[in-house]
Design a protein around this ligand. Structure first.
Ligand SMILES: [Fe+2]
Length: 238
């Protein structure tokens, strides 16, 4: 399995606090069948924002520690980028880490509101040849009144990623119901764990995929095949 959304990189954001915790996350991943993971630390305009080179270097350090601990887990560099008006400019200046340096850029929004310039930013990124992946829309409150945005994003070439924990109810009933609705309506292409902690299980990828099967929603094979394509920088057709 390939997890394209994780806060496994130590000491960057609100995810793993130190290398010990990162190795704990890595161990849990390996135990649940994850073979590859993309480190996607938060990228906020005024808070933490590692450059692509910094993410690459820190990922290499983590990778060495994982190997030294005897774990078989490949870690790729990435980021989860918070929307801001100037993302197009930053992307054209090569300041934004993408998922394993591919065309795929993981984006997150504020929970309450979608900014008025949001679709312009998606367009700016598209013009640069990048494909935005919108992370965990099932958790956004603003989408609960405006589902149509999801279809607009897909029509504009963006992709949708849900959290495995959402299907398991870890973010509440409403997020669970939304995640199931999106999957059922073929609006989702990718699943990630969005893991933050080593000692708390918010729902591994494996459990999320099992939930899909149990709840008879299906399509898990596409999620993992699409994750492989993200890392390999291959085209995904929604
Ligand atoms: Fe995240």
């Amino acid at each position: 399995m390939i997890d394209i959304h994780s806060h496994i990189l130590p000491g960057v954001d609100d995810g793993s606090k130190n290398m010990e915790e990162s190795l704990q996350i890595a161990r849990r991943m390996v135990e649940s069948g994850v073979e590859q993971v993309v480190a996607t630390p938060h990228y906020f305009p005024h808070d933490y924002h590692l450059t692509p080179a910094e993410v690459r270097d820190r990922t290499a350090i983590l990778q060495r520690e994982i190997v030294a601990a005897g774990l078989e887990l490949k870690v790729w560099p990435g980021a989860e980028i918070y929307i801001s008006r100037d993302l197009g400019r930053k992307a054209s200046n090569k300041q934004l880490p993408t998922l394993n340096n591919s065309r795929y850029i993981l984006l997150e929004f504020g929970f309450e509101n979608f900014p008025p310039y949001g679709n312009d930013v998606l367009y700016d990124l598209k013009v640069l040849g990048l494909t935005p992946i919108i992370s965990h829309p099932e958790r956004y409150l603003f989408l609960r009144k405006k589902d149509v945005l999801l279809e607009e994003w897909l029509a504009e070439g963006a992709l949708i990623q849900i959290n495995s924990g959402s299907l398991l109810g870890f973010y509440g009933k409403r997020a669970q119901e939304r995640a199931r609705f999106y999957v059922k309506n073929d609006l989702v292409q990718l699943m990630g764990s969005d893991v933050h902690r080593g000692d708390r299980d918010r729902g591994t990828l494996k459990k999320g995929l099992e939930a899909l099967e149990k709840q008879r929603i299906g399509r898990d094979e596409n999620f993992m095949e699409n994750a492989r394509k993200v890392i390999a920088d291959e085209i995904i057709i929604p």
